[in-house]
Design a protein around this ligand. Structure first.
Ligand SMILES: Cc1ncc(COP(=O)(O)O)c(C=O)c1O
Length: 364
């Protein structure tokens, strides 16, 4: 094999993480969020491994189409809902649930009422914007929009109610409490299942549990909660990104490494070159000091990440050899530790793999 960057997807970890989420959800239903190609783990693969979830959440209609084409029979919720007239027939044909978050979608549903005559009504989730200010109706419109949806013959009478948190990963930020209260006030008199919590909401905000939790990150063993990694929180990484050492240089004190010569050797030292770079989706922003594992031993990146290669300080690695396995994140090295050095979050890392990376499945 000429190219050696491998993303190993641990299917057992996905299953065990789902069981762990279910336990914490304490009876609430679990929507497994598999948008962005299953947070980079592979849409169909993630959905298959998460078959025990009560529903799958995807970003857009195209993902729902892919999942149905793959034979996925689970309930699927399209989190951005329809955005063109032709979408509604497709939602019906594929029996996809639609999140309705904007007036323009009510117009689409109204216009579709006649065309839908006799067909099974669409299952709808009404989204209320309680402070994120991205998608959703203002709280003051919840009752009226709910009534308008109820009056449509092409909409199922059982309408779920949802909102999304902006800062639930900060357990001491009162914004989440305010969002929970705003949602309760807006939906107080309405029937329907409640869905508020994402991963951090599930962990830190018991009052947000509701009837459904919509969880992505934790299923993949990823966290956005402060300094705590998914592993610290009791979850297993579902992706291990690895490659091989393809060169070892013995450099002298004062010599520079990589583009722009940003790193200078403080002493005579061995420097390893590993076959991965931003062309594979490894972040170019990963600074000197970003952790890696070389043959299981902790080491750090030095110099700039280039398109195909990274350079590694091997002073702490006993007897490094060409061909040694280099782990960039995953089992043994939380993606959160890497993300911190790259100025991003772990979700961004796993979502960023390019087509050059070879995906393999670990069934254990
Ligand atoms: C509407 C909605 N619900 C739930 C989630 C899942 O969030 P998390 O991956 O943090 O659990 C997302 C992801 O961003 C989302 O957009």
């Amino acid at each position: 094999m000429s190219r050696t960057a491998l993303a190993t997807i641990h299917l057992g970890a996905l299953r065990r993480n789902l069981a762990c989420v279910r336990e914490r959800a304490q009876g609430a239903k679990v929507m497994a969020v598999v948008k962005a190609d299953g947070y980079g783990h592979g849409l169909e693969r993630a959905a298959r491994a998460l078959a025990d979830a009560d529903a799958l959440g995807v970003a857009a209609l195209g993902d729902g189409q892919r999942l149905r084409a793959a034979g996925q029979r689970q309930r699927i919720v399209v989190l951005s809902g329809p955005d063109e007239p032709a979408d509604l027939a497709e939602f019906r044909r594929l029996q996809l649930d639609a999140v309705i978050h904007h007036e323009s979608q009510l117009a689409l549903l109204s216009a579709d009422e006649k065309a839908a005559d006799g067909a099974r009504p669409l299952r709808v989730w009404l989204k209320i914007d309680t402070g994120m200010h991205r998608l959703g109706f203002p709280p003051g419109e919840a009752t009226a929009v709910h009534a308008r949806l109820r009056a449509l013959a092409n909409v199922d009478r059982d309408i779920a109610l949802m909102t999304h948190f902006a800062a639930s990963d900060e357990f001491d930020n009162s914004m989440t409490r305010e969002q929970i209260d705003a949602f309760s006030r807006a939906t107080d008199t309405l029937d329907g299942a409640r869905a508020l919590a994402n991963s951090a909401g599930l962990l830190g905000w018991p009052a947000a549990r509701g009837d459904w939790v919509r969880v992505g990150g934790l299923l993949y063993g990823l966290s956005v909660v402060g300094e705590r990694s998914g592993i610290d929180l009791g979850f297993e990484p579902a992706m291990t990104l690895s490659t091989k050492l393809i060169s070892i240089q013995h450099l002298r004190k004062g010599e520079h490494i990589g583009y722009a010569a940003t790193w200078q050797c403080p002493e005579d030292m061995p420097v390893g070159v590993a076959a991965i770079g931003y062309g594979d989706g490894y972040p170019r922003s990963a600074a000197a000091g970003t952790p890696v594992l070389v043959a299981g031993a902790p080491a750090q990146i030095v110099g700039r990440v280039s398109m195909d290669l990274i350079t590694i300080d091997l002073r702490g690695v006993a007897a490094p050899r060409i061909g040694d396995r280099v782990v960039l994140w995953g089992q043994g090295l939380p993606a959160e530790a890497v993300a911190r050095h790259a100025g991003t979050i772990s979700y961004d890392l796993t979502c960023g793999m390019t087509r050059r990376v070879l995906f393999v499945e670990d069934h254990v």
